[in-house]
Design a protein around this ligand. Structure first.
Ligand SMILES: [Zn+2]
Ligand SMILES: [Zn+2]
Ligand SMILES: [Zn+2]
Ligand SMILES: [Zn+2]
Length: 403
């Protein structure tokens, strides 16, 4: 997969080019190659590969020659992507940007997408149980080789229009041109409750022998050019948190800014001074940015990274301060915080699997749905399906009564 651009939309295969290796034109075998990727890229929160079209091009003389052009057919995301939303709706106030329900919608979609790509696990509804019974996480393969997407950013997060009564259409992660298949085997037969061991690593861009990347992992990422820095699942989860942080504040988070590869993130020395001050005043508010949060900024923001010493266009963000001021519920702030707390230089946190993070996010989401006003207006796909099933069984009941 890490062979160059394979754009979302249709991609014209070029016989002599080594671009998208698994779908390289190799005569009769081409269908098998496409079939392999279509099986992998097959999830409701991924821009999935749904088929292939062959057509014979016409020349200027209107005669067909014997060449056939092949087009890959991807999911059609008819409602733009997240960077278009950012451009069309500039953020006016960094304490509140996009609706909380949309933040949850994107957060859950990306967590499920990464749980599938990395852990090879997805939610199944059990046909033997009642329709409203919770779905189950199950492995799709016994020995899944984890995939790291490596480009979770607004331009690659797509939307479809709603197909039913749900508030937002499906959110899908696309563009697999930077994705890497890693050598770390996720064993689906691991006993429940035991920890995942080991981790999948790749470099941020391109490929190199895995031992080389593992050797660099404990070292200081600042000693390497951005593309050569190690990248693992925890970096992927951090990227999800960073996307949702931008949806909440309008601010970009980066550990490797485009101009110089330096870090533009700071934290408070301890737990977050604005939050601590508010707690001392007796704050138990569900929303951030409440009356207990002071006007003054943090007096001693910290970063373990080298200070950027030139004029960089990106601001330096104290994530503690922005989160304390964000007028979103504590559930969303906690879910996002658990992802963005990671710092590639400190290495204190690693992740062997995505599922435990996803389950935590879903647990917070259910709390949000139960406890908040906004939820009353908001409908997700599960709400839509539950209503359809209810209407369907009511319809059946009426038919039976009429018989
Ligand atoms: Zn502080
Ligand atoms: Zn308060
Ligand atoms: Zn810099
Ligand atoms: Zn910079």
């Amino acid at each position: 997969m890490d062979q160059g651009p394979a754009s979302s939309g249709s991609y014209r295969s070029q016989p002599d080019s080594p671009r998208f290796e698994l779908v390289k034109e190799i005569g009769q075998n081409v269908w098998i190659a496409v079939h392999v990727i279509a099986q992998i890229l097959n999830h409701e929160n991924l821009v999935s590969l749904v088929g292939r079209i062959n057509r014979q091009p016409f020349s200027s003389t209107q005669k067909t020659d014997n060449k056939t052009d092949s087009y890959l057919v991807w999911d059609f995301c008819d409602a733009a992507n997240l960077s278009t939303i950012f451009k069309d709706h500039p953020c006016k106030d960094s304490s509140y940007y996009l609706p909380e329900s949309l933040c949850w919608h994107v957060l859950l979609a990306l967590m499920r997408a990464v749980t599938y790509l990395h852990d090879g696990k997805r939610l199944y509804s059990n046909p033997g149980l009642l329709p409203d019974a919770p779905k189950e996480w199950r492995a799709v393969d016994i020995d899944w080789l984890p995939i790291l997407h490596r480009a979770i950013e607004p331009a690659n997060i797509y939307f479809q229009h709603p197909r039913g009564t749900e508030t937002y259409g499906q959110c899908k992660l696309g563009d697999f041109s930077k994705a890497a298949v890693t050598h770390h085997v996720i064993n689906a037969k691991r006993k429940p409750g035991t920890r995942a061991y080991g981790m999948s690593v790749a470099r941020y861009r391109g490929n190199e022998p895995v031992l080389e990347t593992m050797r660099k992992y404990p070292e200081n990422p600042e000693d390497y050019p951005v593309d050569e820095r190690p990248y693992s699942l925890i970096h992927e989860l951090w990227a999800i948190g960073a996307v949702v942080f931008t949806m909440m504040t309008g601010k970009l988070l980066t550990f490797k800014c485009k101009e110089c590869g330096c870090c533009h993130i700071q934290k408070c020395a301890v737990e977050g001074c604005l939050g601590d001050e508010a707690a001392a005043l007796g704050c138990e508010c569900i929303l951030g940015g409440c009356e207990h949060i002071g006007e003054d900024d943090c007096s001693e923001p910290r970063s373990v990274w080298k200070r950027c010493n030139h004029n960089c266009e990106y601001p330096v963000i104290n994530i503690h301060t922005y989160m304390a001021r964000a007028k979103y519920t504590k559930m969303l702030r906690e879910a996002v915080w658990s992802l963005i707390i990671f710092d590639p230089k400190l290495k204190g946190i690693t992740a062997g699997e995505a599922l435990s993070y996803t389950k935590n996010t879903e647990w917070l989401y259910r709390q949000w749905k139960e406890e908040t006003e906004e939820e009353k207006e908001f409908r997700d796909v599960d709400d839509d399906m539950a209503e359809r099933r209810a209407a369907h069984s009511k319809g059946n009941g009426q038919k039976k009564a009429a018989e």
